[in-house]
Design a protein around this ligand. Structure first.
Ligand SMILES: Cc1cc2nc3c(=O)[nH]c(=O)nc-3n(C[C@H](O)[C@H](O)[C@H](O)COP(=O)(O)O)c2cc1C
Length: 181
């Protein structure tokens, strides 16, 4: 990582000084090299189809958007098997994991892993999506907008039911799971 310095300035022939790296030719930006240092909570976002099929994946790209109406968003890779399923079900439940739930995060992030709900302690919420027991809490949503976001799809959700209790969170930082001291 580098910070702009005077060495980045470009002196033009007409005496002007173009400042900073912005005046250099565009370079590919590696967002991951920065975002890895952005600590986040770990969630498992679950869903259910009318057929009863359950699905879900580990998600850190989650944030609140608005309090009135209560809106949140989460981003899912276009290539994830869950993307099409969320578009079908038009609902999801964000389960905020507690620090001892790392094995759940690992199970729900393995590609092509079947049986994610086997041996998982959960129940179906009023919206029909699975709610994981002993998590910090959940935000059960109906999807109100699906937005294209490059190689990810942004799912804007309106909260229909929420719950939380004070517990230590599971965090993710620099590609590792970490706990609060
Ligand atoms: C800590 C952590 C956070 C993740 N956050 C996201 C995320 O925000 N969005 C996403 O699409 N994938 C995220 N992933 C990756 C997905 O969990 C993973 O690609 C997915 O479960 C693979 O399953 P699939 O092949 O069935 O889609 C994350 C993985 C980990 C370990």
């Amino acid at each position: 990582m580098s910070t702009p310095s005077k060495d980045d300035n470009i002196n033009t022939t007409d005496g002007k000084v173009l400042s900073g790296p912005a005046s250099k030719p565009p370079q590919a930006v590696d967002l991951r090299s920065v975002m890895r240092y952005f600590a986040s909570a770990v969630t498992v976002v679950t869903g259910a189809l009318e057929t009863g099929e359950l699905f879900g994946l580990t998600v850190s790209a989650f944030t609140s958007v608005s309090l009135e109406p209560p809106l949140v968003l989460m981003c899912v890779r276009n290539e994830s098997s869950a993307t099409k399923l969320f578009q079908k079900s038009m609902k999801y439940c964000v389960n905020i994991l507690a620090e001892d739930q790392r094995p759940i995060a690992e199970k729900f992030s393995l590609s092509g892993e079947g049986g994610r709900f086997q041996n998982l302690d959960y129940y179906l919420g009023s919206g029909g999506s699975p709610i994981i027991r002993d998590a910090i809490g959940y935000i059960d949503c109906k999807i109100v907008e699906v937005i294209a976001g490059g190689d990810h799809t942004v799912f804007l959700g309106e909260a229909i039911d929420v719950y939380a209790e004070e517990k230590k969170p599971l965090l993710y930082l620099n590609r590792r799971y970490v706990k609060l001291e």
